[in-house]
Write a protein that binds this ligand. Sequence first.
Ligand code: CP
Length: 319
Amino acid sequence: MNARGKVQRLQRKDLLGLEYLSRDEIELILELGKSFKEISERPIKKVPTLRGKTVVNLFFEPSTRTAASFDLAAKRLSADTINVSSSSSSVIKGETLLDTARNIEAMKVDVLVIRHRAEGAPHFLASRLGASVINAGDGCHEHPTQGLLDMMTMLEHCGQLDGLRVLIVGDVAHSRVARSNIWGLKRMGARVTVCAPLTLVPYGLESMGVDLVTGLDQAIVDKDVIMVLRIQLERQRSGLFPSLREYARTFGVNRERLKRAKEGLLIMHPGPINRGIELDPDVADGPYSLILDQVTNGVAVRMAVLYLLSGGEGARDEH
Ligand code: CP
């Protein structure tokens, strides 16, 4: 802790979910992310902070944003990086997840970033490896760095998270992004409302301290931020809603529907977007959209997480 009683480092080896982080820890990461963001604006986007460290990205599910962002974040801190995907790894020859991870760790790596379709896969590895493990998305469970980059973006545009009214709309049942955002936003004092068809609401959601509504037109009226979720067609069993057309008509965010919103309602989406289903293109690309800011902040927040898990302290003095 520093003289103001603020934590200055994470007292943990791994980042597995926002459920487990304190408000102080989240504030530390967001503050550090803000300070690291400037590095990506420089002509030479690199500092020596993590020179000599090695980060391995182990992705067993597709990714554009998260995989590229972790790779860039590590490189901008001068760490060495290796990217391993399931299709190019020995997993397709029958190797177990643990054997794969142990073999990678035997090459003396410092941080293992993992995305896996099985909930708990990062936790499983974290308890068996000496290297730090970062959850880059485990099934429908958590995606903590997405929650952090979303909070960093809200903070940047709204000034504070305490009391912020955030509406999360869409396929919450299959969304690790929603779960991480709910844990993080609630910890930071935001008021979170979830709007979804009941077939896309996970069991126990209300115990997370959110309000649940099914009518988007009413829910939208008094919110500061709306976070639109992707319909995850690849994870769904059939019959959770009548048709995509029906879903778009009832839960799609479009310009007409936003006429009921407060002036300046901010639009967020973790990507990838199903344009014209959960979000209309003119809203996604419109003046209140923060979607690309989210992606930019993803690099900064991941730099902060990599730095802190690699034992960093007082980073602002070092770059
Ligand atoms: N938001 C997100 O996780 O995107 P990717 O699947 O492209 O990494």
